[in-house]
Design a protein around this ligand. Structure first.
Ligand code: UDP
Ligand code: MG
Length: 302
């Protein structure tokens, strides 16, 4: 059986539609499936929609969070609830074409264990959004050695890979990268990002920025190492400037060097602040993990 996980946050208008499209396509291909909608603390009528289709069709399950926990949490809740031998994750707005689920499923039948949906283009993104996304992917590509630029959350995973993900203790998991990190026999299916069928993207620029920092720091400690690197550079600069000042002192041409003092002061100050900030991010991460709070809280299940 194929379990299809659909995270939904304020997607009232897309529930019915996605259900129809996905179940039509899968049943026409004689694929045995279940669909699990995760209502990520929606405040519109998303849960009512899910309950009504789940009441009419026993292949539809619903899980409702007590508040918005984010898409990653929703995906993990879905992985936990899924009972299929393989599990797919797809967006509720059908920006991931559901026809590709069939291709993915066939590849799984052919023996592949991780089938990644890869974007052939990035769809319509605003200029700033696109530039930020580029920068984010550049950092995470180099930091994690995984090509993330065209990666998406649209994937199909074998039970083996799902169990590995479920057994991970880290709370701040980054699904998109972890699914390739686990290894197994992997292949990919290209898809074109479609227009959102209705509603708007749930990501503000601020949310995206938080998401980027969160995921880069949970996948790599490179930013923390940069701090050391900056420190070394500063040391070299200080030695050079220090010698320079000494020579000036000896030559009796000291004083008048206030510009240098100010520049050094500012430079050192800002590097220390940035460094403390970076260290702070990691410490808060450790703090989050140590608290070991659940990734999500479920209030209702269908
Ligand atoms: N989503 C979610 N929780 C959130 C934000 C988004 O479950 O906090 C879901 C959303 O309902 C959709 C998918 O994640 O099914 C992708 O979200 P969206 O379309 O807003 O992102 P984009 O396609 O713009 O990257
Ligand atoms: Mg979308």
């Amino acid at each position: 059986m194929l379990s299809v996980i659909i995270p939904a946050y304020n997607e009232k208008l897309n529930i019915e539609h996605s259900y129809q499209r996905i179940s039509d396509i899968l049943s026409s291909q004689n694929i045995d499936f279940e669909i699990i909608y995760i209502d990520d603390g929606s405040t519109d009528g998303t849960w009512t929609q899910i309950s009504s289709i789940s009441g009419a069709d026993s292949t539809i399950h619903g899980v409702r969070f007590s508040r918005n926990f984010g898409k990653e949490a929703a995906i993990f809740a879905g992985l936990e609830k899924a009972e299929g031998e393989c599990v797919a994750v797809i967006d509720c707005d059908l920006q991931h074409p559901p026809e590709k689920l069939v291709d993915m499923f066939r590849l799984w039948e052919a023996g592949f264990e991780v089938i990644e949906g890869v974007k052939s283009d990035r769809g319509n993104e605003s200029l700033i959004h696109g530039a930020f996304a580029k920068l984010f992917y550049k950092i995470i590509n180099t930091a994690s050695d995984i090509d993330m630029e065209r990666a998406s959350d649209f994937k199909l995973l074998d039970r083996k890979a799902v169990n590995v993900l479920l057994n991970m203790k880290e709370k701040n998991a980054f699904f998109r990268a972890l699914s390739s990190w686990v290894g197994f026999s992997t292949t990919s299916v290209e898809f074109e990002v479609e227009e959102r069928i209705s509603g708007e993207s749930k990501w503000s620029s601020w949310a995206l920025m938080k998401y980027a920092v969160n995921n880069i720091t949970s996948f790599s400690s490179a930013p923390m190492q940069i701090v050391t690197f900056l420190g070394v550079i500063m040391l070299i600069i200080s030695v050079v400037l220090g010698m320079n000042s000494l020579i000036q002192k000896i030559n009796g041409t000291a004083l008048g060097g206030f510009t240098t003092v100010i520049i050094i002061e500012l430079f050192v100050g800002s590097i220390i602040m940035i460094s403390l900030g970076v260290i702070g991010i990691y410490i808060s991460k450790i703090y989050e993990e140590v608290k070991a709070r659940p990734r999500f809280i479920i209030t209702d299940e269908l």
